[in-house]
Design a binder for this molecule. Structure first.
Ligand code: C2E
Ligand code: MG
Ligand code: MG
Length: 638
């Protein structure tokens, strides 16, 4: 005979109400974990209410009809068992276990729950789990089944957590999964030792709090500024619908977002974003809206919707300003439509394609790109392929240098070489720098790549007597990104010292095309020049260099971009010769790039180019081929 004590259960109800209030007040992404948690909260409410009701009727068993006692207690046990089953399902969802994958195992795992519930229901007649005796409620002979069911799911959760721990990336989250199961375990001990205090509900509530704080706070999935879902939500949603999801995504990006933020300030820009979000919420309540950082929105919805119309309407709306706090925001957007109506196999692909296409939309303006035409996908695959090869090459110190000779125009003799970086894919095929340099510049790996190239060139100079080959220097290309590191000069100086070579044996090429921070660069150049390094301006004519700047930076050589060289060779005019004589009057020497024929060589020589580089002499070749060809001062037929 028990006399139930409610003192712990009543406050638990209040706490549960607060959690429910928070959870249900905010929008939730319809993904399995959230739906399961939703069920868990509802079930918890039912369990607690039934617990109170059944123990109240138990306490007053003398005045109660027997069937009421049996009904309430049985109902309580059914939902009590359902609780652990839902929590277990939740854990399985967190560990990304898919019940569809192995139906046999899924049913085996469900069996303890089904069996226990059946025993409860059958027990209504046989009194297996509990019975109502002369002294009221009493535990039946099979009462332990309840604990067997709980222990099965708790320990099975532990073992799954251990086996699939790598699927939960954050250690903190793994701890949480362990912890809420552990709390339940402790709860069962209290239920066994001192059942009359009804403490198990309190422990279960603690477990729910842990889940709420670690995984289910709706704000984890929300971008508060715009009251839409965030990128985390999008990623989860798309990942969960992998293989089965059929929807379309309309993404748009506010062009020049960073500039917009600078111009209007962050408060007003945020207000603008929130106006855009409400416009979409209001007009398209049937789509899910995600805010994907830096001015990028994604609408996800049913395939059947008229997406062309939605696109037109949103584009149309952006022709008018957004009014935020007395300010009018004029925003330009680029769009991309991604069609997943045929389903998709790889969620990462979709997410990355969104990013890529928005990048394109940002550059190009407001036109559709359709995933179905595969070009975006191909782009993505190419980029991944290059990225992988790049990471590999840098990590394994496998960036190669190829050398292309620089020829003295008048004598036709080898005077130096340009080092050009090459990497290889897993099959040993060469990937050209045009494909990987921009990627490396974007993810910052260019610093390591550049240093590897630089070091390999130093090693080459140190190991080979380049003077004997007639070479005075080797040119190394520098990316403007490398100049952003204040220690660039020191690092290079250290490497040069380590190999015991002279810094003026290296000419550093910088392109005029993409100078980011002019002041920073000039400062670095000056510093490095003091250390003995020499600088060459590469690809002259492609960018915006003016004479003043060229004069200021004191280059030793100007390399005329091959487009300009070709242009001049096709239709000679007076401009290039004039430029060249201006440079020469400043004391600079001139290299012509892209020389492919004798005729071109002659023309460039005639207008005063000092050095020539191009296929006529040699393509960039591996260090070994270069040595084979030039070590013994083989005559060059020019
Ligand atoms: P760049 O510095 O202007 O290098 C000259 C490019 O022109 C090389 O392309 C070379 O193969 C090509 N070329 C040379 N002669 C001829 C010719 O007669 N005809 C034609 N059509 N092309 C010729 P590559 O090796 O593909 O390199 C492309 C660019 O990648 C380089 O342009 C350079 O800006 C960059 N790059 C290469 N290696 C590195 C590096 O280690 N670091 C950095 N930051 N950039 C590099
Ligand atoms: Mg170059
Ligand atoms: Mg060049």
């Amino acid at each position: 005979m028990f006399y139930w004590d409610y003192s712990f259960i009543l406050p638990s109800i209040l706490v549960l109400i607060i959690i429910m209030g928070y959870f249900f007040a905010l929008p939730r992404v319809p993904i399995k974990m959230n739906k399961t948690f939703h069920m868990l909260l509802i079930n918890e409410g039912i369990v607690i209410v039934l617990d109170v009701l059944s123990s109240w009727v138990d306490n007053n068993y003398k005045e109660m009809p027997g069937f009421i006692l049996i009904l309430f207690n049985s109902a309580f046990f059914v939902f009590f068992l359902l609780r652990i089953f839902i929590i277990f399902t939740y854990t399985a969802t967190l560990l990304h276990l898919d019940p569809e994958k192995n139906m046999v195992r899924t049913w085996l795992v469900r069996a303890p729950f089904i069996v226990s519930v059946s025993i409860v229901v059958l027990g209504t007649f046989g009194g297996f789990i509990f019975y109502i005796g002369d002294d009221g409620y009493a535990r039946g002979p099979l009462h332990f089944i309840i604990y067997v069911c709980y222990y099965f799911y708790i320990f099975y959760s532990f073992s799954l957590l251990y086996r699939f721990r790598d699927r939960v990336l954050r250690v903190r989250e793994r701890r949480s999964i362990f912890f809420y199961n552990f709390v339940l375990l402790i709860g069962t001990v209290f239920r066994i030792v001192m059942p009359e205090y009804m403490l198990f509900d309190t422990f279960s509530l603690m477990a729910i709090m842990i889940i709420f704080l670690s995984f289910e706070n709706p704000e984890f999935f929300l971008e508060n500024r715009v009251m839409s879902f965030n990128s985390n939500a999008l990623r989860r949603y798309v990942a969960e619908k992998e293989g089965t999801g059929r929807f379309k995504l309309l993404a748009f990006v506010i062009r020049d977002y960073h500039e917009i933020r600078e111009i209007y300030g962050s408060v007003q820009t945020d207000q603008g974003l929130s106006l855009i979000a409400s416009f979409i919420h209001r007009n398209y309540p049937e789509v899910m809206l995600f805010y994907y950082k830096t001015g990028r929105f994604v609408l996800l919805g049913n395939v059947e919707l008229d997406w062309e119309d939605i696109h037109d309407e949103i584009r149309h709306r952006f022709r008018q300003p957004w009014r935020a706090n007395n300010a009018e925001l004029y925003l330009e957007v680029g769009f991309a439509l991604i069609d997943c109506s045929e389903g998709y196999k790889n969620a990462d692909e979709i997410i990355n394609t969104i990013g890529l296409m928005l990048e394109k939309a940002d550059q190009l303006g407001s036109d559709f790109n359709i995933l179905a035409d595969d070009s975006a996908l191909q782009d993505y695959e190419d980029r991944i392929y290059v990225k992988r090869a790049l990471e590999n090459a840098i990590d394994q110190d496998a960036v190669e240098i190829f050398l292309q000779p620089l020829i003295e125009a008048n004598s036709g003799k080898l005077i130096g070489a340009e080092a050009l970086a090459r990497i290889r894919d897993s099959e040993g095929r060469i990937i050209p720098p045009g494909a990987f340099i921009p990627v490396a510049e974007k993810n910052g790996r260019i610093n390591q790549l550049g240093e590897q190239v630089f070091e390999k060139v130093c090693r080459f100079i140190c190991n080979n007597n380049i003077e004997e080959m007639g070479m005075k220097y080797i040119n190394v290309n520098l990316s403007p990104i490398q100049f952003m590191r204040p220690d660039l000069g020191d690092r290079f100086a250290t490497i040069v010292r380590r190999y015991g070579i002279k810094p003026d044996q290296i000419h550093l090429e910088i392109t005029e095309e993409a100078i980011i921070d002019e002041q920073m660069m000039e400062k670095q150049v000056r510093l490095m020049q003091k250390n003995g390094f020499r600088f060459v301006l590469d690809d002259y004519g492609k960018g915006y260099s003016n004479l003043m700047r060229i004069k200021k930076t004191s280059f030793v050589t100007i390399k005329i971009d091959m487009e300009i060289v070709w242009d001049y060779c096709n239709s000679m005019d007076a401009v290039l010769p004039m430029m060249i004589s201006a440079f020469k009057s400043l004391g600079l020497s001139i290299t012509a790039e892209g020389i492919e024929t004798e005729e071109m060589a002659n023309k460039m020589r005639a207008i005063g180019c000092d050095y020539l580089q191009g296929m006529l002499f040699s393509a960039p070749v591996s260090v070994n081929s270069f040595l084979k060809k030039y070590r013994y001062g083989e005559d060059l037929n020019v």
